[in-house]
Design a protein around this ligand. Structure first.
Ligand code: AR6
Length: 181
């Protein structure tokens, strides 16, 4: 595990559905109904309570769907974490459609919910770098800068984990942020 930002940012390879951080973040879509990738894994392992709460949020707060970059919180069902923070991954087009800004908002809004809920720890998957097609090196610089900036201002969450599913993804992230360290 790599540790950066005075020990508050931890970077590792793993399966986010096994993380026992206070919250894990889901790379969802606007329907909040689940999907493939990490979204599918979280709903499958977490069980139906998560979906029920998502549908309740849709009905009462976001009848048109959760917009890209926004985030909401539910319980975590059978997952080892306490909460799931669902954020909607921006889809990469050509880089000129505010993709970077929206990805940054997805992280920032998830962190903000963690702060407001009084959470000590949160784990993120590599949002948008799967089905959504975000180039991993560009995502890495957005993610690192966003988290660094946020943690400088807030004492909670105390610890942020970036959980990469593959070793290759982890290595791309670490080499992409080298010049910012
Ligand atoms: N733990 C950690 N990371 C994982 C896991 C896991 N269990 N499973 C996959 N990943 P993706 P996106 C990694 O496609 O690009 C869904 O259908 C994966 O290897 O899950 O944000 C949603 O409903 C990749 O590095 O999410 C949305 O419609 C990263 O998670 C859409 O896909 C993200 O890949 C979101 O697309």
């Amino acid at each position: 595990m790599e540790t950066l930002l005075d020990g508050r940012l931890k970077i590792l390879q793993g399966d986010i559905t096994e993380c026992s951080t206070d919250a894990v973040v889901n790379a969802a879509n606007g329907s909040l109904r689940g999907g493939g990738g990490v979204d599918g894994a979280i709903h499958r392992k977490g069980g139906p309570d998560i979906l029920r709460e998502c549908m309740d949020i849709r009905q009462h707060r976001y009848p048109e769907g959760l917009p890209q970059g926004k985030a909401v919180i539910t319980s975590a069902g059978k997952l080892p974490s306490k909460y799931v923070i669902h954020t909607v991954s921006p889809v990469w087009k050509d880089g000129s459609k505010n993709e970077k800004e929206i990805l940054s908002m997805a992280y920032k809004n998830s962190l903000r919910i963690a702060t407001e809920t009084g959470l000590n720890s949160i784990a993120f998957p590599s949002i948008s770098t799967g089905v959504c097609g975000f180039p991993r090196d560009i995502a890495a610089s957005v993610v690192y800068k966003t988290i660094k900036n946020y943690l400088q201002k807030k004492s909670l969450p105390r610890e942020v984990y970036l959980v990469f599913y593959s070793e290759d993804d982890l290595n791309v992230f670490l080499s992409s942020i080298k010049s910012f360290l």
